[in-house]
Design a protein around this ligand. Structure first.
Ligand SMILES: NC(=O)c1ccc[n+]([C@@H]2O[C@H](COP(=O)([O-])OP(=O)(O)OC[C@H]3O[C@@H](n4cnc5c(N)ncnc54)[C@H](O)[C@@H]3O)[C@@H](O)[C@H]2O)c1
Ligand SMILES: O=C(O)C(=O)C[C@@H](O)[C@H](O)[C@H](O)COP(=O)(O)O
Ligand SMILES: [Zn+2]
Length: 373
């Protein structure tokens, strides 16, 4: 145990768990997983990048704690969140004779977390699950809250389950090996929490983003603030019957862009799609007269300052039209009785759920965005 770890508790009754944020957590994973799930063996799910960098330390730690472990290594990238790799991961866990009481450990970014979590939700009708998020995005968002799943050719995350982890170990030190593009992409989800309901945090990010990117103490503060923000929403509405949809700010747009680029991370990764989606959500809100153009400009300005893409027309290799985006949006899980739902905003930190948004107004907005120089 280290006195300097921060802990965000997620009080979900019998599914309650801790998010531990600190340094050297992979080296201490054996001890921490052993304490959270005594006597359990571990099926580690990871990708090739993590297998090279941080898997050996995790294996040493499990061995030192006397924990039996097996692993399955997947290719990196969004395309892995698919039926084929889901089958491979499930069968690897089963083939390693992992029992229902054993633990699936996700060592990786959001792709691995979502895929491994979904396997944990269904193998032997539900195994325990530990998240060791290694990307900024996974540490601030995907490892928390229990959304797991894979993509369909029809749309993002369309097959999945809610399955909460038993423990989250966010080792801030592992971010030192994360490629800069991926760190930046994860920052979009950090900014999202300020934009949802915490204008002071967004203003803090505007002032302190350099420290977050440089790995100063601001980084751990941003991760902790993000986890606490997400945990608070998840505790209010675990399975997205209402308020949890706020965490989807920017995502009705983002998921359409990801599907239209065929989940090709070389062109667009999730966090980049979210950055463009956040700008769209605010610009759409401004176009509808809900929020000021000044606030929409502030959102775009900040994301552009940190180097994130902000324009639909900037998506590499995609030159489609508004009809294609709108068509993809109709596969969104927030669609209700055929009507679109968007998370819109009355200002920075003042987002709200808007049901039954007219497709014609979305179409008009998208046409104008696509015509933007
Ligand atoms: N479940 C949720 O609540 C939730 C929330 C947000 C996003 N997501 C999902 O998360 C996914 C995106 O996650 P992501 O941005 O982490 O992408 P990712 O999992 O593809 O990871 C990004 C890249 O960085 C590499 N990487 C990760 N950690 C590294 C490290 N420490 N050192 C070196 N390389 C490292 C990975 O191998 C990969 O190539 C999307 O599928 C998205 O839909 C889920
Ligand atoms: O946890 C949530 O709830 C979110 O919406 C977080 C999002 O950042 C994340 O991308 C999530 O996977 C999207 O969920 P989906 O239900 O729209 O697929
Ligand atoms: Zn997201």
């Amino acid at each position: 145990m280290s006195a300097s770890d921060a802990i965000v508790h997620v009080p979900l009754g019998e599914r309650a768990y801790d998010i531990r944020i600190g340094h050297g957590l992979i080296e201490r994973a054996g001890e921490l997983i052993g304490a959270a799930t005594p006597g359990a063996a571990c099926a580690i799910v990871t990708d090739e990048n993590l297998a090279r960098t941080h898997l050996p330390a995790l294996e040493r730690s499990l061995e030192a704690a006397g924990i039996r472990h097996a692993q399955v290594v997947c290719p990196p990238g969004e395309a892995t969140k698919c039926y084929r790799w889901f089958e491979t991961v499930c069968d690897a866990i089963i083939g390693a004779r992992m029992e229902r009481g054993d633990v699936v450990v996700a060592l990786g970014g959001g792709v691995i977390g979502d895929l491994a979590g979904f396997a944990a939700a269904v193998v032997r009708r539900g195994m325990r699950f530990v998240q060791i998020p290694t990307s900024l995005l996974a540490q601030v968002d995907s490892s928390v809250g229990g959304k797991t799943g894979i993509n369909s050719p029809h749309g993002k995350n369309l097959v999945g389950a809610f399955h909460q982890p038993s423990l989250v170990l966010a080792d801030v030190g592992v971010l030192d090996t994360l490629p800069e593009r991926e760190f930046r992409a994860g920052y979009a989800e950090v900014a999202k929490y300020g934009l949802i309901d915490d204008p002071a945090f967004f203003a803090w990010l505007e002032e302190n983003h350099r420290g977050v990117f440089a790995g100063g103490p601001e980084r751990a503060h941003a991760i902790q603030t993000s986890c606490a923000a997400k945990a608070a929403v998840v505790v209010r509405d675990e399975t997205e019957q209402g308020d949890r949809a706020l965490l989807n700010l920017g995502h009705t747009f983002a998921h359409a862009f990801e599907r239209l680029t065929h989940y090709d991370g070389a062109r667009l990764v999730h966090g980049e799609a979210v950055a463009i989606g956040l700008v769209c959500a605010f610009r759409f809100s401004a176009a509808l007269g809900l929020c000021s153009g000044q606030d929409a400009g502030r959102v775009e300005g900040h994301l552009r300052t940190v180097g994130l893409p902000t324009r639909i027309r900037g998506i590499p290799g995609w030159d489609g039209d508004a009809a294609a985006i709108l068509d993809a949006m109709f596969q969104d899980k927030k669609v209700k009785r055929g009507a679109l739902t968007f998370i819109l905003a009355r200002g920075i930190g003042q987002s709200f759920i808007s049901r039954g948004v007219e497709p014609s107004s979305v179409r008009e907005f998208l046409d104008a965005e696509l015509a933007r120089a």
